[in-house]
Design a protein. Structure first.
Length: 224
């Protein structure tokens, strides 16, 4: 009689993602080259969306759109380099999530710029994806501090954050769908799905490549 606990559907999904994570990251890299090469346009759209959101609340920002268009690529490269150093060398799980969050943010911004996604919906899903991977990093870090092996910490983080991230996408997708009913159907139905897929098959797989072995406690503690 097999007394082992049967793996849940979420755990099976996480195991499948971890097995194929290199393929997912390479596929994301190809899509990135195709859709997100123009960093100047990315920064220009992000600036425009930010101005629109601030104006909605009666605020203004003395921005520098021309500067962003001209130097956006250099700013992006500097952020990527800084977060790459944190990804490789900073032994804190939170910092391991910054590079995946940044790259997916660039990609999401590029898509939003091309279809001119409403600023509020763009910002909402940008925030959801960032919070999701940061939560996964916090969960993974807490498990590593208890001595959980790296592979177990990754899987545990995936299982813990899956339903909160899914719920946030559904809630925000529904709210944005209500307020943007005048937009084409794909804008408020398809793009929540795209955002969730980016999180599951690009952001989280990238995060799992972070070196986290040194963050694991020498002795394992068990919750009773």
């Amino acid at each position: 009689m097999d007394l082992r606990k049967k793996a849940s559907a979420i755990q099976l999904l996480g195991e499948w993602i971890l097995r194929l994570r290199l393929i997912f990251v390479l596929a994301f890299a190809v899509l990135y080259v195709i859709f997100a090469r123009d960093f100047s346009a990315i920064f220009a759209y992000a600036h425009s969306a930010g101005d629109s959101l601030l104006a909605y609340f009666g605020l203004t920002f003395a921005g520098m759109p021309d500067f962003l268009r001209e130097w956006g690529a250099f700013l992006a490269a500097g952020l990527v380099f800084l977060f790459l150093l944190a990804f490789l060398f900073v032994p804190i799980a939170f910092f391991k999530a910054l590079l995946p969050a940044l790259l997916v943010a660039f990609f999401w911004t590029a898509i939003s710029a091309q279809i001119q996604l409403p600023p509020a919906e763009y910002a909402a899903f940008l925030l959801v994806d960032a919070l999701g991977i940061l939560l996964a990093a916090i969960f993974a870090g807490s498990l590593l501090k208890k001595g959980t092996p790296v592979s177990g910490a990754r899987m545990g983080a995936f299982c813990r954050m899956f339903f909160p991230v899914l719920a946030l996408h559904l809630i925000i997708g529904g709210v944005c769908g209500y307020f943007f009913r005048h937009e084409p159907l794909p804008v408020w139905i398809l793009f929540p799905l795209i955002s969730l897929l980016l999180f599951l098959f690009a952001e989280f797989p990238m995060f799992t490549f972070a070196p986290m072995g040194k963050m694991r406690a020498a002795q394992r503690t068990m919750d009773l």
